[in-house]
Design a protein. Structure first.
Ligand SMILES: CC(C)(COP(=O)(O)OP(=O)(O)OC[C@H]1O[C@@H](n2cnc3c(N)ncnc32)[C@H](O)[C@@H]1OP(=O)(O)O)[C@@H](O)C(=O)NCCC(=O)NCCSC(=O)C[C@H](O)C(=O)O
Ligand code: MG
Length: 285
C-alpha cells in the first residue's frame, strides 16, 4: 500500500489554467487533474493539451498526481491517454469502471508505451456494477487505489442525498472492503456544497470513522478540514504512545495483555498504534 498521506485529494479541471497553477502552492496531499466531468465537451481537446504541457512544466512537489481521463469507450478516452502519456503520469484514474476488464484494457495500453512503464491505475467506484465487482477490480494489474464517485452512484441508483449517507453506505463499505483486502488506498467521495464547512466536517468525520484514507475535494476552501480530520488527532497520538508503553511493560512482566484506561491492549492494537505514530511522523516531516 502507498504510505504517503491521502487526507485531501483535490479535483482540478484540466481546462482551468489558473487553478492548475494555484495548486502548486495548495496544501493538498494529492491532486486529480480532471479531463472527464469537470471539462465541457468543446473544451476537451484544449484541456488535454494544456494539462500535458502543465504536468511537464510545473512542479507539484510531493503532491501525488492522478490524471482522470475519459472512459476508454468514449470518443475522448484514447486521445486523452495518448496526449497525457507524454507527461509520464504517475497514475491514471479511470472513471466509470464496471469490471476488471476495463482496468486490464488500460493496463495493456500502458504496457505498450515506455513512458508509462511505471504508471499506476486508480479506479472510480461509481456504478452499481463496479461496486458489485469491486474485489475483482481491486485485484487487477497496476491497481493502486479507489476513489468513490458518490454523485454517479446517486444518479445510477436513483437514491436521494441524505446527510447521514445511509443510502450510500453499502456501496461505500463494499468499495472500502475491496480496497483494504488488496492493500489499496481508499478515498471517499466529494461533498458538493463546497461553501458548507460544517456539512463537510461531518462527512469527513464519518468517512474517517469508516476507514477511508481521505476525502476527494472540489475547492481549496475544503482542504483544511479534510487535512485536519484525516490526520491523527493529538488524543489518538497520546493514546497510541501510552498503549505502546503499557503493552511493552506487560510483555516485560511476561503478560500478553495490558490494560489502559480500562481497556485491553493486545498486539493487534499495537499495530494500529504504530501506524498512527508513523502517519503522524510522516505528516510532521
Ligand atoms: C466549484 C467551482 C466551479 C467554484 O469555482 P469558483 O467560483 O471560481 O471558485 P472561487 O472563485 O471561490 O475560487 C477561488 C480561487 O480558488 C481557485 N480554485 C477554485 N477551485 C479550485 C480547484 N478545484 N483547484 C484549484 N484551485 C481552485 C480559483 O481559481 C480561484 O483562484 P484565484 O483566482 O487565483 O484566487 C470550482 O472550485 C471548480 O471547478 N471545482 C472543481 C470541480 C470539479 O473538478 N468537478 C469534477 C469533480 S467531482 C466529480 O466528478 C465527482 C465524481 O465523479 C462522482 O461521480 O461523484
Ligand atoms: Mg463521477
Amino acid at each position: 500500500m502507498d504510505t504517503r498521506p491521502f487526507r485531501s485529494v483535490l479535483y482540478i479541471p484540466g481546462s482551468k489554467e489558473r487553478a492548475l497553477h494555484k495548486a502548486t502552492t495548495l496544501p493538498t496531499d494529492a491532486i486529480i487533474f480532471d479531463l472527464e466531468d469537470a471539462v465541457a465537451i468543446d473544451e476537451k481537446p484544449r484541456a488535454r493539451r494544456l494539462l500535458a504541457d502543465t504536468l511537464q512544466d510545473l512542479d507539484y512537489g510531493p503532491r501525488v498526481q492522478l490524471v482522470r481521463i475519459n472512459a476508454l469507450n468514449t470518443e475522448w478516452g484514447a486521445d486523452d491517454l495518448d496526449v497525457i502519456s507524454a507527461a509520464r503520469p504517475e497514475a491514471i484514474l479511470l472513471p466509470k469502471v464496471d469490471s476488471a476488464a476495463h482496468i486490464e484494457d488500460l493496463a495493456r495500453r500502458l504496457d505498450a508505451r515506455p513512458e508509462t512503464a511505471d504508471t499506476r491505475i486508480w479506479a472510480m467506484m461509481e456504478s452499481p456494477l463496479g461496486v458489485l465487482n469491486a474485489l475483482d477490480i481491486a485485484s487487477a494489474p497496476r491497481m493502486a487505489g479507489f476513489i468513490m464517485g458518490t454523485n454517479d452512484l446517486a444518479k445510477d441508483m436513483g437514491l436521494r442525498y441524505r446527510a447521514d449517507r445511509m443510502p450510500l453506505f453499502t456501496s461505500l463499505q463494499m468499495g472500502l472492503l475491496a480496497a483494504k483486502a488488496r492493500g489499496l488506498v481508499a478515498v471517499d467521495g466529494v461533498y458538493n456544497a463546497f461553501r458548507d464547512g460544517a456539512g463537510l466536517r461531518a462527512e469527513c468525520e464519518q468517512g474517517r470513522d469508516m476507514g477511508f484514507d481521505g476525502k476527494t475535494l472540489i475547492h481549496p476552501s475544503q482542504l483544511e478540514i479534510a487535512n485536519t480530520i484525516f490526520a491523527p488527532s493529538s488524543d489518538e497520538i497520546d493514546t497510541a504512545r501510552r498503549q505502546i508503553d503499557a503493552y511493552n511493560a506487560a510483555v516485560a512482566r511476561g503478560e500478553g495483555v495490558a490494560v489502559l484506561d480500562g481497556k485491553i491492549v493486545e498486539n493487534l492494537h499495537i499495530v494500529t498504534a504504530k501506524q498512527i505514530l508513523a502517519k503522524a511522523d510522516a505528516l510532521a516531516s
